[in-house]
Design a protein. Structure first.
Length: 321
């Protein structure tokens, strides 16, 4: 397709990946602010870091300390570029403001938190823990509005773009859909033969994608709730997904030593692959341009092959930068 050719040409001229020191241990999660000026990362070293994107590099702005355990996932407010929230194994979530570099709120939760998302209207934060409890927290009052205990392994959670449905991927390969805010079960879709790990909605609101332990990425029509196509270029469980800002590219990653970039509409054509030396835990497209942030399980070979590097990477930089 013309789009694939145009993007391949662009990546041929912008094929560089650069790494930026972020943490003292492995990076679990990276995410861009809604305006794309900042990138945040969360790490096993119990901190979050925030970088400013300046031209073609990331400049570290701050390191955010306070959690007593690993920061497993983080996300930004959907429309306020100054606020982000972190989920930690220390049984809290923390909301941070990059203007004051302070923690605005620490919310105690019942278990060790592993996944978190912010509702598209900015009013609610959902956090899931290792005991498969999802807590819905009012983003203004910082109080719990609802709590749901599930009888299955909850992996990743997300609202749809319209904010009226809540999706969970589970250990039995299903996608569970609840009405929101009522949290009544609407549907359970058998999506994969094995563990359904991650879920992402495209910015255009047309599709969502799920990644599974069967190494497949499946693409779903949001309105029809049917699977439109599958991407099968990875060999290992799909850990992380991200749609590009225009909804036309889908990046997926696993323990394979590359990140697959697929064209969403045709799917069978490989648009690009980003080479990595080790498994990739997290990928995130920039909200306005074809720039991909990611983090791998890299070892710091220079000094000690067992020490984790804790770097954040950017792909899509000009070859001459």
């Amino acid at each position: 397709s013309p789009y694939v050719q145009a993007m391949q040409e662009l990546f041929r001229a912008n094929t560089r990946s650069r790494e930026f020191p972020a943490h003292g241990a492995k990076v679990h999660s990276v995410a861009w602010s809604c305006c794309g000026r900042r990138l945040a990362s969360g790490s096993f070293d119990k901190t979050a870091s925030v970088f400013l994107l300046e031209k073609d590099r990331l400049v570290k702005e701050n390191n955010y300390r306070g959690h007593g355990d690993s920061v497993d996932q983080l996300c930004w407010h959907p429309s306020n570029p100054d606020l982000f929230v972190t989920a930690s194994g220390d049984k809290t979530i923390r909301i941070w403001d990059v203007r004051t570099t302070k923690c605005i709120a620490t919310v105690n939760t019942k278990g060790e938190n592993i996944n978190i998302c912010w509702s598209p209207d900015g009013q609610t934060i959902a956090v899931g823990n290792k005991d498969d409890v999802v807590t819905f927290i009012d983003a203004k009052t910082h109080r719990s509005k609802a709590e749901e205990q599930f009888k299955f392994e909850v992996n990743e959670i997300s609202w749809n773009n319209d904010n009226n449905m809540f999706f969970l991927t589970n250990g039995n390969g299903c996608i569970n859909i609840l009405s929101y805010p009522e949290l009544k079960p609407i549907q359970s879709i058998n999506a994969h033969p094995s563990n359904c790990i991650c879920i992402k909605f495209d910015p255009m609101g047309k599709y969502f994608a799920t990644g599974s332990a069967d190494a497949l990425v499946s693409l779903w029509d949001v309105d029809e709730l049917v699977c439109v196509r599958c991407f099968s270029r990875l060999d290992w469980p799909v850990r992380t997904l991200s749609f590009s800002h225009d909804g036309k590219m889908l990046a997926s990653a696993s323990e394979d030593h590359f990140i697959d970039i697929a064209e969403v509409e045709t799917g069978n054509e490989k648009l690009w692959e980003v080479q990595c030396e080790s498994p990739t835990f997290t990928v995130a497209w920039h909200p306005k341009r074809p720039l991909l942030a990611f983090a791998c399980d890299d070892k710091d070979g220079k000094y000690d092959s067992s020490r984790e590097a804790g770097t954040v990477k950017l792909f899509g930089l000009p070859n001459d930068s």
